[in-house]
Design a protein around this ligand. Structure first.
Ligand SMILES: Nc1ncnc2c1ncn2[C@@H]1O[C@H](COP(=O)(O)OP(=O)(O)OP(=O)(O)O)[C@@H](O)[C@H]1O
Length: 322
């Protein structure tokens, strides 16, 4: 835990909310947005932090930046208690919120960067070097003189990511960095983040509803729901039967002709479309005996095995524990 760049130990955040009930009465209620979360992220890791709406992701990130003070537990980022030393922490972290910009709306991109250099007191040589790298890798050259309000969403997002990195942070928090972007912009942003992590060892905590972000960038994923950590481990492990109930794979079989649902021990037909049939079987089981059984009994033309879709797996996980 001690060499971790980010560490949380039993962290809680409780909000008091007042709700008007009828004309005069107000009811006080507590929302446990984060309900005793512990995890550690080592330097250089790139971790996905996912969960359904209202799970507590943003509240966690806000505590990690020092915007919110935890109601309980212990939290450290680069050895700093964020709520107590928010300004000192700001030198060590970069934050990108996909839905908001930290750039000045009316200023050309490069003027925003100049202001940030002064805010973060970045030495000029280091600033120039970081800016040059970001401009080159994020294709910002032609955009530096354009006011932020005239940028497309994808351009603005690239501008925001560069802004978060000009002071060389150890940790980058990304909240929905690819939201609303087209396929090309998403690929650019993901490619850049991968390179940043590989070359500079920047630690990244990524919150997203786009599971492709996670699949393409993170080896480790944490799943949060109702303020609690439900899963922390390898992305591949989410598929494992133990963690998600009855996760299944699918054998897709093309027959020579249309038949009624075929009968194969250890699998069940879940869909029939003309000569093609879909057979579900437990993710932990081998497909080989099923393939032999189908080939022995039926006029087989072709077949393939489909892994459970990560989105299905996670949807099932949310549903199972909700
Ligand atoms: N300032 C606040 N006051 C009261 N309740 C809050 C406050 N901020 C968040 N909450 C509540 O805490 C819970 C967690 O919210 P949070 O924004 O952390 O979720 P999230 O996982 O980021 O969701 P989303 O994916 O929708 O952004 C929700 O029930 C939310 O309504």
């Amino acid at each position: 835990m001690d060499d971790a760049l980010i560490s949380l130990d039993g962290v809680e955040k409780v909000f008091d909310v007042r709700r008007r009930v009828g004309l005069m009465r107000r009811e006080k209620r507590q929302v446990r947005a984060v309900d005793g979360i512990s995890f550690a992220v080592a330097r250089g890791e790139m971790v996905g932090y996912i969960g359904p709406n209202g799970a507590g992701k943003s509240t966690t990130i806000k505590m990690l930046t020092g915007i919110l003070t935890p109601s309980g537990g212990r939290l450290r980022v680069a050895g700093i208690d964020p709520a107590r030393e928010r300004v000192r922490l700001a030198q060590r972290i970069g934050v990108v919120f996909g839905q908001r910009t930290t750039l000045w709306w009316d200023l050309p991109l490069k003027d925003s960067y100049g202001l940030m250099r002064r805010m973060y007191r970045v030495p000029r040589a280091r600033f120039e070097e970081n800016l040059e790298r970001c401009v080159d890798r994020l294709d910002l050259g032609e955009l530096l003189d354009v006011p932020v309000r005239q940028l497309s969403l994808g351009q603005r997002m690239r501008g925001d990511i560069a802004a978060a990195l000009l002071h060389d942070p150890d940790v980058l928090y990304l909240d929905e960095p690819t939201i609303g972007l087209d396929v090309v912009s998403k690929a650019k942003v993901r490619g850049f983040l991968r390179q940043l992590n590989e070359e500079r060892g920047t630690t990244v905590l990524l919150t997203t509803h786009d599971l492709q972000d996670i699949e393409q960038l993170c080896e480790r994923v944490m799943v949060i729901d109702h303020g609690r950590l439900m899963y922390d481990g390898a992305l591949g492990g989410l598929h494992a039967a133990g963690s998600v109930g009855e996760s299944e794979r699918t054998l897709v079989v093309d027959l020579e002709r249309e038949l009624g649902p075929i009968s194969v021990p250890g699998a069940r037909v879940v869909k029939v479309e003309g000569p093609r049939q879909w057979l579900a079987f437990p993710a932990g089981a081998s497909a080989a005996p099923l393939v032999s059984a189908v080939a022995a009994e039926y006029p087989l033309v072709d077949l393939s095995v489909r892994e459970p879709d990560i989105e299905d797996v996670i949807a099932r996980m949310y549903a199972g524990r909700g």
